[in-house]
Design a protein around this ligand. Structure first.
Ligand code: COA
Length: 153
């Protein structure tokens, strides 16, 4: 994949491809409008991973003062375990640090052990449990948190 993988800001034209990944990745997917809102929100970074002109992943994060919230991260099924999500994280973490963020948190389904393993690699630890945070099916969320420091980027 290497230098053929481009990480850039998401634009509205990307959304049909993003929605294809979103619908295939989550049981309670975001709407197109959610992505549009993120693209134009002030304290937000929304990026795609593009490989040979194909959108194969994306990340969405909000930040305010010292705190960043990872809202969405997904990679197309055919391109998983190739380092795409790692590239997306490595792209945004130094930027969040520059903006003054000192920690980043996220919610993940209790059953989503693959994503939890991924986040643990970046130093995230389960901080607390949000009971029945998700629907379809009802499920707890793990609130995971990591420090944004020199170890992370
Ligand atoms: C979680 C997700 C974003 C990871 O994307 P990815 O591009 O496959 O991740 P990477 O290739 O960068 O993975 C890096 C490392 O994280 C860990 N990892 C990633 N996916 C994993 C899985 N399913 N099971 C166990 N470990 C995993 C591994 O250590 C992996 O390294 P390895 O492949 O050398 O073993 C992807 O599986 C996905 O889109 N899942 C569906 C949506 C989702 O759950 N998003 C997170 C919601 S909170």
């Amino acid at each position: 994949m290497g230098n053929k993988l481009v990480i850039r800001d998401m634009v509205e034209e990307d959304i049909p491809w993003v929605m294809d990944i979103e619908l295939n990745s989550f049981s309670t997917p975001w709407s197109e409008q959610s992505f549009i809102n993120e693209i134009y929100k002030k304290y937000a970074i929304t990026r795609v991973a593009e490989f040979e002109s194909l959108i194969i992943g994306y990340i969405s994060v909000n930040y305010l003062f010292h705190e960043a919230h990872l809202l969405n991260l997904a990679v197309h099924k055919d391109y998983r375990r190739m380092g795409v999500a790692t590239a997306l994280m490595n792209n945004i973490l130094p930027e969040l640090k520059k903006k003054g963020c000192v920690f980043i948190y996220l919610e993940v389904r209790a059953s989503n052990t693959g994503a939890q393993k991924f986040y643990e690699n970046f130093g995230f630890k389960v901080q607390s449990i949000r009971k029945k945070y998700y629907g379809n099916p009802d499920e707890d969320a793990f609130l995971m948190m990591a420090k944004i420091n020199d170890g992370l980027n």
